[in-house]
Design a protein around this ligand. Structure first.
Ligand code: BGC
Length: 365
């Protein structure tokens, strides 16, 4: 049978739990391949995980943690990364369906380009969970698990402002703006969240974007490529800052933050205030050494655990835990599990990483 996608919007509109009961996904006997105990699928089923690339630490950690946590929950894990190439990710998803996976976890390279691969998965009664990134323009998605992406951007914008006040004295401040890869649905959201904090300060003259490049399209970094961000920073500095100090730079993640700092140092600038994302090893060391100002920590372990919890509910034929919000993906309202990210500076790093041995170990003097 064809599965109807559960949407928060649909339930709210219908104003009845009846629809939830009918539309809330398959239970027990409805599910194909359901086991005799009435579960959604076999307890040792294979679960596919399709990651966009392993180019930033969060994805490499996700690869390891999905393997560990899916196996711990009794599943067989089939994990692949697609090297930032959309056709490769489409093929990997198709192959996972061929192999009979019961659920697929997808961190899309391009949120809009997986429609037909995921439709085929849905037609085969495979559960589909977007991981860390929204899956757009398709009905073939059951839920998305992520750290709030607008919220992440707000934290980045606020920590840039805090860092400027902390390190650069009184304004006005000369700043530049960087965004992430435009195909990644997180990237415009991070930027939008940050600009909701920064734009009023640009408007009142506290912040001056000297290059004038304030649109997301101008600020975006194709493919989240650190090298491209570094080249753009080099060009901006050469064209605009020969007689000026750069005070701060909005950065969408840690790799780009370090590329920006490298570029500024090479141009003979003092290190500007730069935020980041991911709490990567190298950036934590940089923050501890007093260079990068901050990062936003979104613990991969928690994101993977939430995803595995949902898959386990599907497996048992139970309703998954209640989602936090819903977001329209261009076709449907997708239930979103939104975890809360946290800003890390030198001041709170020991506290934030108190139970993360590997990161805590980076904070030794
Ligand atoms: C993730 C970030 C990551 C970036 C580049 C984003 O979608 O949320 O954690 O740094 O992709 O890989």
């Amino acid at each position: 049978m064809k599965r109807r996608t559960f949407t928060l919007g649909g339930i709210a509109a219908a104003g009845t739990m009846l629809l939830a009961a009918c539309g809330g996904g398959r239970t027990g006997a409805e599910a194909d391949g359901g086991d005799e105990a009435g579960g959604g699928f076999d307890a040792d089923a294979t679960i596919g995980v399709s990651l966009p690339w392993l180019g930033t630490q969060n994805w490499a950690e996700a690869e390891d943690l999905f393997k560990a946590q899916l196996e711990e929950a009794g599943f067989t894990a089939l994990i692949q990364a697609a090297d930032n190439k959309v056709p490769q990710q489409q093929q990997q998803i198709e192959a996972m369906v061929q192999k009979g996976v019961k659920a697929i976890v997808v961190g899309p390279i391009d949120g809009t380009q997986l429609g037909s691969a995921l439709k085929a998965a849905q037609d085969a009664d495979v559960r589909i969970i977007g991981y860390d990134r929204l899956i757009e323009n398709t009905e073939a998605v059951d839920a998305v698990v992520q750290f709030g992406s607008i919220r992440t951007g707000e934290l980045q914008g606020q920590s840039l402002l805090d860092g400027l006040a902390d390190r650069k004295g009184d304004g006005p401040y000369n700043i530049e703006l960087f965004g992430g890869g435009p195909a990644d649905p997180n990237a415009p959201n991070f930027f939008e969240g940050a600009m909701s904090v920064l734009q009023p300060k640009i408007d009142d003259g506290t912040l001056v974007v000297v290059s004038g490049q304030t649109d997301f399209q101008q600020a975006a970094t194709q493919d989240w490529d650190n090298g491209k961000a570094q080249s753009r920073m080099d060009s901006i500095l050469a064209a605009n800052y020969s007689d000026k100090q750069i005070d701060g730079v909005l950065s969408p993640n840690d790799g780009i933050a370090r590329a920006i700092i490298t570029s500024c140092k090479a141009a003979g600038q003092d290190v500007p205030v730069v935020d980041g994302l991911d709490a990567e090893t190298e950036s934590i060391s940089s923050i501890w050494a007093g260079e990068q100002y901050s990062t936003v920590h979104k613990p991969t372990k928690d994101l993977v655990a939430k995803t595995v919890e949902i898959i386990s509910a599907y497996q048992a034929g139970e309703e998954p835990p209640a989602a936090d919000e819903s977001e329209n993906n261009g076709m449907i309202d997708v239930p979103i599990y939104a975890l809360e990210p946290v800003v890390v500076t030198k001041d709170n790093a020991e506290e934030v990483f108190a139970e993360d041995e590997a990161r805590l170990a980076l904070l030794e003097d």
